[in-house]
Ligand binder design. Structure first.
Ligand code: ADP
Ligand code: MG
Ligand code: ZN
Length: 629
C-alpha cells in the first residue's frame, strides 16, 4: 500500500496535468453534444403516443419500420409528407412510439399494411452510454477539482498524498542553527549534546553495553527555545532530521494521523541513523480518554500508533525521537514510561546570566550605542524567556528607527522593556483630573506599603500613564530571580496589593473599581496559601481541592468535595484572615505615613512616572511645600 503511494506520488504530477486537460476536453465535448442533441430535431424520430401510431397504421401512412425492443421507429410515406391535407403531421418524417408488446398479431397487421419492418437488438450505442453516465462524470470531475483546491498549491500532490507524513526532512547542512545560537539552558544543551554523540558514534556506547535512549522530551514554558534546541540538534548531528508538529498529524480525514505516523517512522528507519522531532506533542499526546467527544477519537489512534512505533524500535534502529511540549501535565502517562521518552530535558526560563547571553545573541546584527548595558536589562527582566527578549530587542530597534536614530541606546531598551512588560502606553487615553488623582493615590498607596513591607520586592517604577489594561502601574522587581516564595514574602505581597484600595479609602473615603484586579490577585494568593501551600497555622500542611487546570476537562471532570463542612468553614475563615490582616497592615502604614503618601501622589500627578529612587527620596525627606491641602 505504502509502496504504491510512493509511486503514485512521483508519477502523479505529469499525469495529473495531462489528465486534467483530457478531462476538460471531455467536458467540452459532452456539453456541446448535449446542446446539439437538445436543439436538433431534424432527423430525429418524433415521440408520439400509441394511439397516434394506431391512427397512422389504420390510415396506412407508414412506409417502413425498425423495431428495437418495444420501440417502434416508423418512417412515413412520401405521399403523406407532400400532401397538404395533414399539415401538422408533415413536419417530421420519422416517429417513434412505445408498443405495449410485440406480438405475432402485430406483425400480421404490419404485413397487411405492407410495411417493411425489421428487428434490431436494443443495445444502446456508445453515445447512449456516455449520456447515461454524463452526470456522474460531471460529479466526479467536480469532486476532483474540489479536492485539488482543498490541498492548495503547495500541498502534497494528488488525492493520494494525504496519508503521507508531512515531516520536513532537514539534512545536517541545511539549517545553519547550532548550539551556538542557543544561549542559557546549559543543562539541556549538555543532555542534547550527549544524544548527538550517541548518533555520531553509536559503537562507542554499544561497546560497553550502554543502550541508546529512544526518546527525549523537551519540557519548558513557551518561548524558552525548545524548538530552537531541536533545530540546533539537527544542525549538529549530521544525520537526517524529520520534523513534524503534533497538530499536523490530525487533519481532515479520519485515520490519516496514524498512517502519517507509520510513514514518518518508516522513513526515519530507512534513513537511520536519524532523528524524529515531534513539536507540540501535547496536540496528540494528551492522555487518552480526555475530551468530551468520546473516547476513541482520531487523536487517540494517532497516539496509539506513536506508542506502537516507539516500542517497535530496537537498539539497532539508531533512530532517536525528540519531542517538545509546554504542557507535560496533560501528556498521557504511557508516553513518559521508561523505554519511550525516558529522558526528560527541562528547558528552564533563563537565569540572569542566560538573559544577558540571549540579549547578546539577538543583538548581534543591531548597532548598539556605548551606554547599553545588558546586565541592567537582564536584572530587571526576571521571568522573561528567549522569545520575549528577542521581541524586546526588536521593539527597541523599532522605537529607535521611529526617532530616526541609527543606534539603539539604553533609553530605547528601557522603553521597549516597559512596553513588553506592562503593555503599550496609552498616551491618547484622556483621564479627567479627578480620575488621575484617584489613580495617583492608589499607586502611591501600593508603593508606600511596598516600601514599608520588609519582605516585599523593591519598587522599581511608579506610573499613572495607562498601560495595557491597567490605569496605573507600580512595578516591583526582585533583586534576584526567585524560584521559591516564603510565607513572609506572600504576606508582603498581599499587603502591597491592599495598599491601593486603602489609600483610596483613606483619602477619598470612597472606593473605586480600579482595585478589582488587586483584589482578585490577593484572593487567589490567599486561597493558595491556605489550600495548596499549607501556610495556615490553623489548618496545617494539608492540600484541599485538586488543581483543576485541565484544558479538555479530561481526568477531573468533577471532584467530590473531599473535606467536611467544618473544614470548609475554617478554610474560608483563614483566607479571609490573611486578606483582612493585609488590609489592616496597609491601612496602618498609610495612616502613619500620610504625609509621604501625599508627597508621592503629588509627585506622580506632576511627573506621571517616578522611579524607585525618586520615591525613596520623597519618603526620606517629604518637602513640606508639597504636602497637600
Ligand atoms: P518554544 O520553546 O516555544 O518552542 P522557540 O524555540 O520557538 O520556543 O523560541 C522562539 C524564539 O525565541 C526562537 O526562535 C529564538 O529566536 C528565541 N529564543 C528562545 N530561547 C532562546 C535561547 N535560549 N537562546 C536564543 N534565542 C532564544
Ligand atoms: Mg515551539
Ligand atoms: Zn492597584
Amino acid at each position: 500500500m505504502k509502496k504504491n503511494n510512493k509511486n503514485n506520488k512521483k508519477n502523479l504530477n505529469p499525469i495529473k496535468s495531462i489528465g486534467s486537460n483530457i478531462l476538460l476536453w471531455i467536458l467540452i465535448v459532452l456539453i456541446s453534444v448535449t446542446l446539439l442533441e437538445y436543439f436538433s430535431t431534424d432527423n430525429k424520430p418524433k415521440n408520439i403516443s400509441y394511439s397516434e401510431y394506431k391512427d397512422f397504421l389504420t390510415t396506412n401512412m407508414i412506409e417502413s419500420a425498425v423495431i428495437e425492443g418495444r420501440t417502434f421507429i416508423g418512417t412515413l410515406k412520401e405521399e403523406v409528407l407532400s400532401s397538404d391535407l395533414e399539415p401538422n403531421q408533415s413536419s417530421y418524417k420519422m416517429f417513434k412510439s412505445i408498443l405495449p408488446e410485440v406480438s405475432i398479431d402485430m406483425t400480421q397487421s404490419w404485413d397487411e399494411k405492407n410495411i417493411k419492418y425489421e428487428f434490431k437488438d436494443s443495445t444502446p450505442s456508445a453515445i447512449d452510454y456516455i449520456f447515461q453516465f454524463s452526470p456522474w462524470i460531471l460529479i466526479l470531475a467536480f469532486w476532483l477539482f474540489i479536492m485539488r483546491r482543498m490541498q492548495g498549491p503547495g500541498a502534497q500532490s494528488g488525492i493520494f498524498g494525504f496519508s503521507k507524513s508531512k515531516a520536513k526532512m532537514f539534512m545536517s547542512d541545511n539549517p545553519k542553527i547550532t548550539f551556538k545560537n542557543v544561549a542559557g539552558c546549559d543543562e539541556a544543551k549538555a543532555e542534547l549534546k550527549e544524544i548527538v554523540d550517541f548518533l555520531k558514534k553509536p559503537n562507542k556506547y554499544k561497546k560497553i553495553g550502554a543502550k541508546i535512549p529512544r526518546g527525549a522530551l523537551l519540557l519548558g514554558s513557551p518561548g524558552t527555545g525548545k524548538t530552537l534546541l531541536a533545530k540546533a540538534v539537527s544542525g549538529e548531528a549530521g544525520v537526517p532530521f524529520f520534523s513534524i508538529s503534533g497538530a499536523e498529524f490530525v487533519e481532515m480525514f479520519v485515520g490519516v494521523g496514524a498512517s502519517r505516523v507509520r510513514d514518518l517512522f518508516e522513513q526515519a528507519k530507512k534513513n537511520s541513523p536519524s532523528i524524529i522531532f515531534i513539536d507540540e506533542i501535547d496536540a496528540v499526546g494528551r492522555h487518552r480518554g480526555a475530551g468530551l467527544g468520546g473516547g476513541h477519537d482520531e487523536r487517540e489512534q494517532t497516539l496509539n500508533q506513536i506508542l506502537v512505533e516507539m516500542d517497535g524500535f530496537n537498539s539497532e534502529s539508531n533512530v532517536i525521537i525528540l519531542a517538545a511540549t509546554n504542557r507535560p501535565d496533560v501528556l498521557d502517562k504511557a508516553l513518559l514510561r521508561p523505554g519511550r521518552f525516558d529522558r526528560q530535558i527541562v528547558v528552564d526560563v533563563p537565569t540572569q546570566e542566560g538573559r544577558v547571553q540571549i540579549l547578546k545573541i539577538h543583538s548581534k546584527n543591531t548597532p548598539l550605542s556605548k551606554d547599553v548595558d545588558f546586565n541592567v536589562i537582564a536584572k530587571s527582566t526576571p521571568g522573561m524567556v528567549g522569545a520575549d527578549l528577542e521581541n524586546l530587542i526588536n521593539e527597541a530597534a523599532l522605537l529607535a528607527a521611529r526617532d530616526n536614530k541609527n543606534k539603539i541606546s539604553m533609553k530605547y531598551l528601557e522603553e521597549a522593556k516597559d512596553k513588553v512588560q506592562l503593555g503599550v502606553a496609552r498616551k491618547s487615553m484622556v483621564l479627567n483630573d479627578e480620575d488621575k488623582k484617584i489613580i495617583a493615590y492608589h499607586e502611591a498607596g501600593h508603593a508606600l506599603v511596598a516600601y514599608f513591607s520588609k519582605y516585599a520586592d523593591p519598587v522599581h517604577k511608579i506610573t499613572i500613564v495607562p498601560r495595557g489594561m491597567a490605569l496605573g502601574v507600580t512595578a516591583q522587581l526582585p533583586e534576584n530571580d526567585k524560584f521559591n516564595y516564603s510565607k513572609n514574602y506572600l504576606i508582603s505581597k498581599l499587603n502591597v496589593l491592599m495598599g491601593g484600595r486603602c489609600a483610596e479609602k483613606i483619602i477619598f473615603s470612597d472606593t473605586t473599581t480600579g482595585a478589582g484586579n488587586d483584589i482578585l490577585v490577593a484572593t487567589d494568593i490567599a486561597k493558595k496559601m491556605v489550600c495548596e501551600w499549607g501556610m495556615s497555622d490553623k489548618i496545617g500542611p494539608l492540600t484541599f481541592g485538586k488543581k483543576n487546570e485541565e484544558v479538555f476537562l479530561g481526568r477531573e471532570i468533577s471532584y467530590p468535595k473531599e473535606f467536611s463542612n467544618d473544614i470548609s468553614k475554617i478554610i474560608d475563615e483563614e483566607i479571609t484572615t490573611f486578606v483582612k490582616n493585609a488590609e489592616k497592615f496597609a491601612s496602618d502604614v498609610l495612616k502613619k505615613n500620610i504625609d509621604k503618601l501625599h508627597a508621592i501622589a503629588n509627585s506622580l500627578l506632576e511627573n506621571e512616572t517616578i522611579s524607585g529612587n525618586q520615591m525613596k527620596d520623597l519618603i526620606l525627606n517629604p518637602s513640606p511645600s508639597i504636602i497637600d491641602k
